[in-house]
Design a binder for this molecule. Structure first.
Ligand code: UT7
Length: 331
């Protein structure tokens, strides 16, 4: 059996917000943001929702795969910023695109969400439960950001990416002898570090509470702790995934990492002793879009012709939870 990505799609809100725009809001500078993060600008929604962004990305992925919405078996939306608790975003997407035959649900593993969703779709297909899935990473983080907190507001952006994943009964091999599809996945979580990067939803407010709690609805982050976690955990889980697949860093053509900070990506490359040219980046233009970063970058690379059949790609991310994961696929 081969389970492969046959379509990708992505979409970004039109509104660009540069570092210079942020200088007007908080005490920061273009120089500080570029040096510490590598980010120059990000896209911010002025009306798009997680569901509408998801639907646009899905339509592009379906078009590339040559499939109709009615043919979709499963819709998985990875998001930590849905507009609605009920119905879930995946059901809203189902409604917008008209995927009337799909089962749909959301999954929240923050910035690792797309990989966790891809892995979930994969095991459903491997078990023979579904033949295909739309896997989406979509965020409107701008509504979770405290725009007076310079420690976080400079980092995040909005957008969505999708992948259409299909199973076929026979094994498919590329000219270089590699078998197409997912080779290996590793995913993990460390809930003991959960409050290092958090965002509360709402407090309990009912007739039986004497004193109402007030909570901040915005992202709270200890940046240095997240940084340390990422630079240690990402290379470790990539090594674990490569070991499981029985391959080495040299056997990998491209590392598609969560786009949080250029320094984190450079540090991961250094720890893996891999050439930085194998680590494509787009965070300068769009910042950190949590679960959307990996599928948006994957779509850019795919549409730009930078991924060839037979390429081995490692996707890896980390984020709130704290969560982390690595997935090895042959395109
Ligand atoms: O998807 C996961 C999401 N989270 C992450 O990826 C976060 C990972 N962490 C990071 O990327 C980095 O830790 C940050 C970019 C968030 C911060 O960079 P840093 O090099 O760790 O800076 P810092 O927190 O040590 O702060 C250094 C200084 C501080 O001032 P003092 O105490 O030295 O006077 C901060 O108050 O920079 C100050 N600072 C800023 N200055 C200008 C913090 N944010 C800003 C800002 N502009 N936006």
């Amino acid at each position: 059996m081969t389970i492969k990505i046959t379509g990708t799609g992505s979409t970004l809100p039109e509104k660009k917000v540069t570092n210079f725009d942020l200088q007007e809001l908080v005490e920061t500078s273009d120089e500080w943001i570029r040096e510490r993060t590598g980010i120059a600008e990000r896209r911010i929604s002025t009306g798009d929702t997680v569901a509408t962004l998801s639907a646009k990305a899905c339509s592009k992925a379906l078009e590339m795969a040559g499939k109709t919405a009615e043919e979709v078996d499963l819709i998985l939306v990875a998001t930590c910023s849905p507009e609605m608790l009920l119905p879930c975003c995946a059901c809203q997407v189902q409604d917008i695109i008209g995927a009337s035959n799909a089962a749909a649900f959301d999954l929240n593993a923050a910035c690792s969400g797309f990989l966790f969703a891809l892995n979930t779709a994969y095991v459903y297909m491997q078990a023979g439960i579904y033949k295909n899935a739309l896997v989406i990473g979509s965020e409107v983080l701008s509504k979770l950001v405290d725009w007076s907190d310079r420690g976080t507001c400079v980092l995040f952006g909005d957008g969505a990416g999708a992948a259409f994943v299909e199973a076929s009964a026979e094994d498919i091999f590329r000219d270089n002898g590699r078998k197409v599809g997912m080779e290996c996945m590793v995913q993990g979580s460390d809930g003991t570090k959960g409050m290092v990067l958090s965002c509360a939803e709402r407090s309990v407010d009912n007739a039986f509470i004497a004193e109402k709690q007030t909570i901040s609805p915005y992202i709270q982050m200890n940046g240095q702790e997240v940084y340390k976690f990422a630079t240690r955990q990402v290379p470790a889980c990539i090594h674990e995934a490569l070991d499981k697949a029985g391959i080495t860093v040299e056997d990998v053509d491209m590392f598609v990492l969560h786009q949080a900070n250029v320094r984190i990506i450079e540090s991961v490359a250094k720890r893996l002793k891999a050439d930085i040219s194998k680590f494509p980046m787009n965070l300068d233009k769009i910042g950190n879009m949590s679960s959307a970063t990996i599928p948006v970058l994957l779509d850019e690379l795919n549409r730009g012709g930078r991924i060839q059949g037979g390429d081995r790609i490692v996707m890896s991310g980390f984020g709130a939870g704290l969560t982390y994961g690595a997935t090895v696929i042959v395109w």
